[in-house]
Design a protein around this ligand. Structure first.
Ligand code: HEM
Length: 146
């Protein structure tokens, strides 16, 4: 993957500015509400009975932050995302058996939540850079599936 200076700077900027806790919680909650089949992987998270339960679930909040921490790691290793996520891809494939189609769904929720949190500074160019970054992440997460 080739990154322009603008894309590199934008990704660093986005991840330095967002509130990781809030973005993670909101994005994972949104994914679980809008695409309810994704709930099947989080059986041990307890009550995911409706949108209010999901929004108030502390395990969802904690795991949302874990996901954003993962993205921050990718943002710090933009030239090496595939290698950075080898173990994470193996985990989602071999242990968790997460259908990789779901990566795109969660990534879209992340885009929406970041967009809402950035307001007017979320320009079309920023969106393009973020979506390119997330597609590379999705591709890396899918790499160890066979
Ligand atoms: C665990 C990142 C998408 C289900 C994890 C962990 C990270 C992570 C960093 C913790 C790994 C560890 O403990 O070593 C990501 C990223 C994603 C993504 C960056 C895409 C943007 C998904 C999706 C699902 C999913 C779409 C299911 C619909 C899980 C589950 C765990 C997990 C069930 C284990 C949770 C636990 O046992 O507490 N993920 N993930 N992930 N992920 Fe993902």
């Amino acid at each position: 993957v080739v990154w322009t200076d603008f894309e590199r700077a934008t990704i660093q900027d986005v991840f330095s500015k967002i509130d990781a806790q809030s973005v993670g919680q909101q994005a994972l909650s949104r994914c679980l509400v809008v695409y309810p089949w994704t709930q099947r992987y989080f059986g041990k998270f307890g009550n995911l009975y409706n949108a209010a339960a999901i929004a108030g679930n502390q395990m969802v909040a904690a795991h949302g932050l874990t996901v954003v921490r993962g993205l921050e790691k990718a943002a710090k290793n933009m030239d090496n995302i595939k290698a950075t996520f080898t173990d994470l891809s193996k985990l989602h494939s071999e242990k968790l058996h997460v259908d990789p189609d779901n990566f795109k769904l969660l990534a879209d929720c992340i885009t929406i939540v970041i967009s809402a949190s950035m307001g007017a500074s979320f320009t079309a160019e920023v969106q393009a850079a973020l979506q390119k970054f997330l597609s590379v992440v999705i591709s890396a997460l899918g790499m160890q599936y066979h």
